[in-house]
Design a protein around this ligand. Structure first.
Ligand code: SAM
Length: 243
């Protein structure tokens, strides 16, 4: 049946994504720097700057992985605030926890293994939710967005940082060449893991473009949804509010 087919495909995606991130966890940070030539750090900083974060805020960094975004938030919410780094993948969480502890960030961070589709938090818990380069890996994105909406406080905002659609035709072509040819090759050389980086390139192509994602956020209940293209639309930051 159609349903049976869909279920198998979804189960396949879930275990594929799990394997990819178990496999890349140890080399994840290095690969991010190599593949983006360090630019991912700017995209992440921009996200924090757009978040309206203040001391005392409760922040959920969803699909937080190795914790870059958590680290930036942790410094901004101060000792009275809290950041929860949530990720479905234990290997990524372990690498993140070790890294943040080495940075001396210990007092206002909690770690939770959780699936974005069914968040284990009470309604109206967070002032800010961020999901950085995570949504495209989630099987049921609509369920995940609804779940984020539920746990966000009224007045709170969601920030989705994700690969998107390049704004210019020439940039699309260069980027295609880069991500389908060069990126898996670099993944093979640096991380000895060509397949995982092939998956990443494909998942970037499959991800909804700027306006589709905006629509999806609105369908989940978010209001005043807007986006900001970064690096010519290779990445976009979407912002939405719960009122
Ligand atoms: N946010 C980090 C960053 O920007 O460096 C990590 C991004 S990494 C590309 C994507 C993360 O999404 C992985 O750590 C993966 O385990 C996590 N992930 C995938 N599916 C998920 C799900 N359904 N729920 C929560 N996390 C998920």
């Amino acid at each position: 049946t159609h349903f049976g087919f869909k279920t198998v495909k979804q189960a396949e995606k879930v275990s594929l994504v799990a394997n990819v991130f178990h496999s890349v966890a140890a080399k994840y940070d290095l690969m991010n720097d190599v593949m983006s030539m360090g630019i991912h750090r700017l995209w992440k900083r921009f996200t924090i700057d757009c978040s309206g974060v203040r001391p005392g805020h409760q922040v959920l960094d969803l699909a937080g992985g190795t914790g870059d975004i958590t680290a930036l938030f942790s410094k901004r919410v101060g000792p009275t605030g809290k950041v929860i780094l949530a990720d479905i993948n234990e290997s990524m969480l372990n690498v993140g926890r070790d890294k943040l502890r080495d940075l001396g960030l210990v007092n206002n961070i909690d770690y939770v293994q959780a699936n974005a589709e069914a968040l284990p938090f009470a309604d109206n818990s967070f002032d800010i939710i961020s999901i950085g380069f995570g949504l495209r890996n989630v099987t049921d994105k609509d369920a995940a967005l609804r779940s984020m909406y539920r746990v966000l406080k009224p007045g709170g905002r969601l920030l989705v940082l994700e690969f998107s659609k390049p704004e210019y035709e020439w940039l699309s072509k260069v980027y295609d060449l880069y991500s389908f040819k060069l990126l898996p090759a670099i993944g093979g050389l640096v991380a000895n893991d060509k397949e995982s980086y092939q998956y990443l390139a494909e998942s970037i192509r499959m991800h909804p473009d700027q306006d589709t994602l905006k629509q999806m956020m609105e369908t989940a209940g978010f209001e005043h949804v807007s986006y900001h293209n970064l690096t010519g639309g290779i990445v976009a930051l979407h912002k939405g509010y719960k009122f």
